[in-house]
Design a binder for this molecule. Structure first.
Ligand code: ATP
Ligand code: MG
Length: 716
């Protein structure tokens, strides 16, 4: 009954066809990057519709991002045409969860028009609860509880299911009780948070047989992409929904599990065969994406991980070019070099759309954004905001704006109660009234209103402190370098501390962004020049239709592919990240290595890997060590080049061992205990011992470097 001419089968290899045509029973496709897992899953969806095995509304198809969902919908539409009228249950877990929950909201005490709170609202609510519970928020930060609640929800645990040990993790055992109160508050507000979208539905499926059965009947087929990154609650969902018909097809790659920090459990792959006995496991081994050199480079790196399921990968593509490993002098040169390469490729006929820069951490995008704005290279930041649009950057810049320009009311409003300093809406309204009446800026009104009895004593004290701080910071600006002033302002205002107390996954990234901001300031003569730069950058409109290079994190690049990929900042302490190194465990290092594997395998034809010899950290130049992952790249598949002898303009065709100061480490012979030490954090030895001896050119700004006594951005 198989129609071999069906459009969706064309070009598929035998195991892919098997994954498509084995429509009944559990199927697990376990295969490496670029082997056509997503392609096969999409064809399978087309097959189910084409052969009328199910109506579009009878298929549950889960993708990892909304973008992936759109793409799958489009592909299927093209393959089978009109047969796909809407696919109500094609989307991310969260999108599907929200849709289901709206239909059954009353079963968990909500109305179907419930609001979905964002993290800000969530936090405000938790703060109120902490206050009401008479807890000291300094000792027990709201963000810590928020992170914990998220974690529990990811694990599929309701408040009643939180054991004493878990509860102990917050406020001497009060964690579970506060989680309970939080859920009650949400209910009273007819609201839920993101975690609830999945958890509430899980509870409903577990406790209402009729609902469970109706979905088990409805979903004739279940399809899941990126299965290696499902967390416990998602896994429990799938198991319940598929248990009746058992027509579930999951595709994934254990080597690409990169979300364990969000509760993903790669073990779910192993459990699949236990939960669904007789599951057909299909392996795809032909890679259609990348050249042999790229594949070999990626395989060489991931081979250093233990406990892999192990897979074969091959390709019949032309050899292509070796992976290019570029050692550059410093961050600015890295950005310059990447820009040059991109423009060169573009002149050679390649579209900017086919090029991407993949970074380990969001803050790394800043240097590239600024360089590309300067040279007019069209670019987009995917899966994240532009650097200067990020919340913490806007906040920090607002502080600086008020200092530089006391009449900047908008900036004042932004920071007057951030971090929270007990200035309520009422007090702020008074300041506004005063400002309007006296026709003065808010900062002036704030200072003058202190002499009146308009404010409550508490608000007066808080506002008085802020006004006093601002005056002090302003006068400090005369003697201090502006980056130092910025550090002091962020420290003394409590803004840095606010994020240090934060226990959520994003907090560390925000602190890194703040550091990056100060680093950026060092490139400008004055605070005014810097602020002007920021407003110009913010104004940088780009044309929607024009081809653009993409800048994104490796995490966001999962499942995507580009002709040419630039992997930047491959240095110890950046990638692998400092956090992974500090934790020191094998597990976090192996997750970093999986990230490296994901990163390299995004490339179709060309991959560049860059590492800089110097990075500026906390206002000082520090020498960095190339990432251990550079050393793990198999020699036969890479071509190394370094700009580190004879200045930036002198290129060496090949990175000879003798002239390369990093030869010992970059070739992997430097793996001693010292190897574990992250680069770039050696505050006592800025520039490294060999810098001046080995290189003919000092970093231009080394002379300005100064130690900072302020513990800006240090981990709490
Ligand atoms: P990842 O692990 O990165 O998610 P994947 O296994 O999902 O990768 P796909 O994205 O589905 O791989 O496919 C990789 C590339 O190979 C795509 O460009 C796709 O169009 C192409 N491709 C997949 N299957 C075939 C095939 N049978 N013949 C030719 N090209 C194919
Ligand atoms: Mg895929």
């Amino acid at each position: 009954e198989t129609d071999n001419n069906a459009p969706y089968l064309q070009g598929l290899n035998p195991p892919q066809r098997e994954a498509v045509l084995t429509s009944e029973g559990p199927v697990l496709v376990l295969a490496g990057a670029g082997t056509g897992k997503t392609a096969a899953l999409t064809a399978r969806l087309a097959h189910l519709l084409w052969t009328r095995r199910a109506f579009p509304s009878e298929i549950l198809a889960v993708t990892f991002t909304n973008k992936a969902a759109r793409e799958m919908k489009e592909r299927v539409g093209r393959l089978v045409g009109a047969a796909v009228e809407g696919m109500p249950w094609l989307g991310t877990f969260h999108a599907i969860g929200a849709k289901m929950l709206r239909r059954h909201a009353e079963l968990v005490g909500l109305q179907s028009n419930f609001t979905i709170l964002d993290t800000d609202d969530q936090l405000r609510l938790i703060k109120q609860l902490i206050l009401a519970a008479d807890l000291d928020e300094k000792r027990w930060p709201a963000r810590q509880l928020a992170g914990l609640i998220d974690e529990w929800k990811n694990k599929g645990l309701t408040p009643a299911e939180i054991g004493a040990g878990e509860s102990e993790r917050y406020a001497n055992g009060r964690g579970a009780a506060l989680y309970f109160l939080y859920q009650e508050r949400l209910k009273a507000l007819n609201a839920c948070d993101f975690g609830d979208l999945l958890l509430h539905m899980l509870v409903i499926l577990k406790t209402h047989r009729d609902v469970l059965e109706s979905y088990q009947q409805r979903f004739r087929y279940i399809l899941v992409d990126e299965y290696q990154d499902t967390n416990a609650v998602q896994y429990l969902w799938l198991r319940l929904l598929a248990q009746e018909r058992k027509n579930i097809c999951c595709v994934g790659d254990d080597d690409q599990s990169i979300y364990s920090w969000r509760g993903a459990l790669v073990e779910n792959i192993l459990k699949f065969e236990k939960d669904f006995p007789g599951a057909k496991v299909i392996k795809l081994e032909q890679n259609y994406r990348s050249t042999p050199h790229i594949l070999a480079a990626a395989s060489g790196v991931i081979a250093n991980n233990s406990g892999r399921l192990g897979k074969t990968l091959w390709t019949d593509k032309d050899e292509g070019e070796k992976v290019k490993v570029l050692g550059v002098w410093d961050g600015p040169e890295e950005a310059r070099r990447v820009g040059e390469e991109m423009e060169g490729l573009n002149r050679g006929g390649k579209s900017f759309d086919d090029m991407a820069i993949l970074v380990r951490a969001q803050h790394q995008t800043r240097e590239f954004e600024e360089r590309f704005i300067a040279i007019g290279l069209p670019h987009r930041i995917l899966g994240g905001q532009r650097f200067y649009e990020r919340m913490e950057i806007r906040d920090a810049v607002a502080y600086l704006r008020v200092i530089a320009q006391p009449a900047d009311d908008l900036a004042f409003e932004r920071i007057v109660n951030t971090p929270k300093r007990g200035l309520g809406d009422k007090a702020l309204a008074k300041v506004h009234q005063y400002a309007r009446a006296a026709q003065v800026p808010l900062t002036v009104a704030a200072a003058r209103i202190l002499d009146t009895d308009e404010l409550t004593p508490q608000a007066r004290r808080a506002l008085g402190n802020l006004v006093g701080d601002m005056a002090r910071w302003r006068s400090m600006g005369n003697d201090l370098q502006h980056p130092d002033l910025a550090r002091i302002v962020l420290d003394e205002s409590g803004y840095t501390a606010m994020w240090q107390a934060d226990r959520t996954a994003e907090a560390a990234g925000r602190l890194e962004n703040l550091n990056e901001l100060v680093r950026a300031m060092e490139e400008y003569e004055t605070l005014g020049a810097f602020l002007e730069h920021v407003s110009l950058v913010m104004d940088n409109e780009t044309n929607a239709d024009e081809p653009k290079v993409t800048i994104m994190t490796i995490h966001a690049a999962k499942g995507l592919e580009f002709d040419t990929v630039f992997l930047v900042g491959w240095e110890e302490g950046i990638f692998p990240s400092q956090r992974a190194l500090d934790e020191g465990g094998q597990a976090s290092l192996e997750e970093e290595r999986r990230l490296a594997y994901v990163a390299i395998t995004r490339a179709r034809r060309k991959a560049f890997i860059l590492h800089a010899a110097n990075r500026r950290i906390y206002g000082q130049w520090n020498s960095s060590i190339p990432s251990r992952f550079v050393a793990e790249l198999p020699e036969a598949h890479i071509e190394s080049e370094s700009t580190m002898t004879g200045g930036a303009s002198l290129w060496q065709a090949n990175w000879s061992e003798r002239s390369d100061p990093f030869a010992d480490v970059s070739r992997g012979t430097g793996r001693g205990p010292g190897w574990q030490r992250a680069a770039g954090v050696d505050m006592k030895n800025p520039g490294g011992g060999f810098t001046s001896r080995t290189f003919s050119r000092e970093p231009a700004r080394v002379v300005e470097s100064r130690a900072s006594a302020v513990s800006f951005g240090a981990k709490a």
